[in-house]
Design a protein around this ligand. Structure first.
Ligand SMILES: Cc1cc2nc3c(=O)[nH]c(=O)nc-3n(C[C@H](O)[C@H](O)[C@H](O)COP(=O)(O)OP(=O)(O)OC[C@H]3O[C@@H](n4cnc5c(N)ncnc54)[C@H](O)[C@@H]3O)c2cc1C
Length: 464
């Protein structure tokens, strides 16, 4: 309850300070599906609002926090249980990805999950989930064997390829629109010693054409070595512009892999690529994105194309001058949705994201911004919004635009489910009506990406 230390700790433990400002009426920490069931029935009866929180990494108010109801913290659902045949792991949404990897590491096993240590299992899994292993095995959502979920009617259901197949489809990217997931049974993969090679290489501005070429070519050629991956970040440190490539390769000694030859030919000003352990690597990835700031993610998707990435980089540097904003740092990161990732999306009957291997490879454009004060919110959001508006126009002019918007990188102004296409959206609405006939998750838990709207619709900000 408000005033207790437990309340304050739970209410403020969010990656972004924006949701940490919320003042829920109380925080409920269920320990079983039965307790959640009773909670949802009472919630329906009393028409009380609520927000479900896993790792608290969604950056905007209302996503997993509330000032008009009850926050449901899933922290007690923290099991990681390997099946007897060691083919699946039952993982609760109370875990962070680091705790999952740590639990499986002694068995030389892993699952397909997040790349930053403190991100929660719940949100990442329900929006998609891009992993270091995704060109090998697909996105996290495409490697779920079954879900256990409590519905708005208070029943606990299993969704799998053989049970409630419609829900199994919907949960692989449909977000928090169907119920509260209490368990993810995840396919398990071998990772001897947790071994992965990876790190960051930073390059001066004059090498940006070469880094853009390396990023683009790697996405085009990933079929030759799907153990590898990269993302490319642009940042302006007070007039000193750099690009930073995150490079990784499953197993040891990835620096020798031919797929990195374009990157390796570019002189870098710093390079911390090395052999690592998976959970240690996730700590390194989380470190540049610390808690304690107001933050947002804002995103769009385009085709993989060096000319468009170059234009996007120029637009970003023109639109993103936040030098007068205290505590600010804004970066633009390009990440590939590779053809092997897209191919894996059709397994188990497909997911609702509306993506096809024939359209790949694609590039996710992610604007990540942090700053100190609420007084600068409008300036900070405008920088991301203006950047994406112009990149969208540019991509359309070049015939390289893509409708899909990645839920896990979306800002509150974006209508994510609409981007999955009309047919998939309607299918999700029909499925939600079966499991939540009175629309509890559309009306009483309104703060995240709903089936028919953005969390904050109708603003002047980029909303595609
Ligand atoms: C530093 C950082 C690194 C990231 N790295 C990656 C990455 O490598 N790959 C990637 O794909 N994404 C990544 N993301 C994006 C991340 O996947 C999303 O922010 C995701 O929503 C976070 O999940 P969470 O559980 O921590 O967040 P939360 O804020 O707790 O939850 C997000 C949403 O999911 C809902 N939800 C959570 N659990 C449940 C549940 N059990 N049942 C129903 N609804 C639930 C919540 O209600 C909320 O609406 C990263 C984000 C950050 C900030």
């Amino acid at each position: 309850m408000p005033g207790s230390t437990a309340y304050t700790t739970a209410a403020t433990h969010y990656w972004s300070n924006v949701p940490a400002e919320a003042t829920p009426a109380c925080i409920f920490k269920p320990a079983s599906a039965d307790q959640l069931s009773v909670f949802l029935l009472i919630t329906r009866l009393t028409q009380s609002e609520f927000a479900v929180k896993s790792g608290g990494h969604a950056a905007f108010a209302g996503a997993s926090s509330t000032s008009t109801g009850i926050t449901v913290s899933m922290e007690n659902f923290n099991q990681v249980t390997l099946s007897q045949d060691r083919k699946t792991a039952a993982v609760g949404p109370g875990n962070t990805w680091e705790s999952v990897y740590d639990a499986l590491d002694p068995y030389n096993l892993t699952v397909i999950g997040g790349r930053a240590s403190d991100v929660g299992v719940g949100g990442l899994m329900l929006g998609g989930g891009i992993s270091f292993f995704s060109s090998l095995y697909g996105w996290a959502c495409d490697n779920v064997v079954s879900y256990q979920m409590v519905t708005a009617c208070g029943t606990t259901v299993t969704a799998s390829a053989t049970q409630n197949q419609d829900l199994f489809y919907a949960l692989r990217g449909g977000g928090n629109n169907f119920g509260i997931v209490t368990k993810f049974n995840l396919a398990v993969f071998s990772l001897p010693g947790g071994a992965i090679w990876g790190g960051t290489r930073i390059y001066q501005e004059q090498h940006m054409p070469a880094t853009i070429n390396a990023f683009t070519q790697m996405a085009n050629n990933i079929e030759k070595d799907p153990s590898a991956g990269s993302w490319l970040t642009f940042v302006n440190y007070g007039g000193f512009k750099v690009s930073a490539a995150e490079l990784w390769h499953v197993g040891q000694n990835g620096s020798n892999a031919t797929i990195f030859s374009n990157y390796s030919a570019i002189p870098s000003i710093s390079d911390d690529t090395q052999n690592r352990n998976l959970s240690g690597y996730t700590e390194k990835v989380e470190a540049p994105d610390p808690y304690g700031f107001r933050q947002y993610f804002y995103t769009m998707t385009v085709k993989n194309d060096a000319n468009l990435t170059t234009a996007a980089k120029d637009i970003f540097f023109e639109e993103s001058d936040l030098s007068s904003v205290p505590g600010s740092l804004i970066v633009m990161t390009m990440q590939s949705i590779t053809v092997p990732q897209l191919q894996q999306m059709s397994k188990n009957g497909g997911n609702p994201l509306g993506l096809s291997a024939a359209d790949g490879p694609l590039t996710l454009v992610l604007i990540a911004c942090r700053w100190n004060n609420a007084a600068d919110d409008a300036t900070a959001y405008a920088a991301g919004s203006n950047t994406l508006t112009r990149i969208k126009d540019q991509s359309m002019a070049m015939g390289l635009d893509v409708n899909y918007v990645y839920m896990n990188y979306g800002a509150q102004y974006q209508d994510i489910v609409a981007s999955y296409g009309d047919a998939n959206k309607q299918k999700l609405i029909n499925i939600a009506q079966r499991y939540d006939p009175t629309g509890v998750f559309q009306t009483l838990s309104p703060g995240f990406f709903k089936l028919d709207r953005a969390p904050v619709p109708g603003t002047e900000y980029f909303s595609h």
